[in-house]
Design a binder for this molecule. Structure first.
Ligand SMILES: [Fe+2]
Length: 188
């Protein structure tokens, strides 16, 4: 298989590809990693159009949640996860925790992924009663190492962040953090 140029391969089916071509693709993919952060920032911006009856739009809610995590001294992975915890709502509300968790999984430590994956059940303490659901749904995770982190996220940062009177942080404040966290995948 021949190359068109240094940055493009020519195979039309994978079973005809070469190692040399895959090295080109790997290199190109790595050099384009910045588009991950670009895309996520766009997704976050799109949340400004989603209110669904809440007092604030979902971007405001995510910004306030992240600001509370930062003010509490959380590390950068936790702050960025807090910012993105509801980004899945840009695609689908019912499974939004899993969408966000899978976006984060290659880039942050496992306890942070779990914090996001389970965040709705932890939030349930504050509203599941109103929907006929189990307000103690978080108890199923009681033995997990990340329980305390998830509890703090839900009780102190997430469920308190629906205030139209603000303060409403600027997304630009968090952009460098998003770019650093998504600069390189640590696992797949
Ligand atoms: Fe939330």
């Amino acid at each position: 298989m021949t190359m068109n140029d240094e940055t493009t391969v020519t195979f039309t089916r994978m079973d005809e590809s070469t190692r040399e071509e895959w090295m080109v693709i790997a290199s190109e993919t790595f050099s384009n990693q910045g588009r991950v952060a670009d895309g996520l920032l766009d997704m976050l911006r799109s949340l400004s159009a989603i209110t669904d009856g809440f007092a604030v739009d979902q971007l405001t809610h995510c910004l306030q949640t992240a600001a509370r995590a930062e003010a509490a001294g959380a590390d950068e992975e936790v702050i960025v996860a807090s910012l993105l915890h509801d980004v899945g709502k840009a695609i689908s509300v019912p499974n939004h925790p899993r969408i966000a968790a899978e976006i984060l999984r290659p880039y942050v430590r496992p306890e942070v992924v779990s914090m996001i994956m389970a965040h709705q059940d932890f939030q349930g303490r504050h509203y599941y009663d109103h929907l006929g659901l189990d307000a103690n749904a978080r108890d199923q995770y009681a033995d997990e190492e990340w329980f305390e982190l998830a509890e703090r996220f839900a009780d102190e940062w997430d469920q308190t962040s629906f205030d139209p009177e603000g303060p409403i942080p600027d997304l630009a404040h968090f952009e460098p953090m998003v770019r650093r966290v998504f600069a390189q995948a640590h696992q797949i």
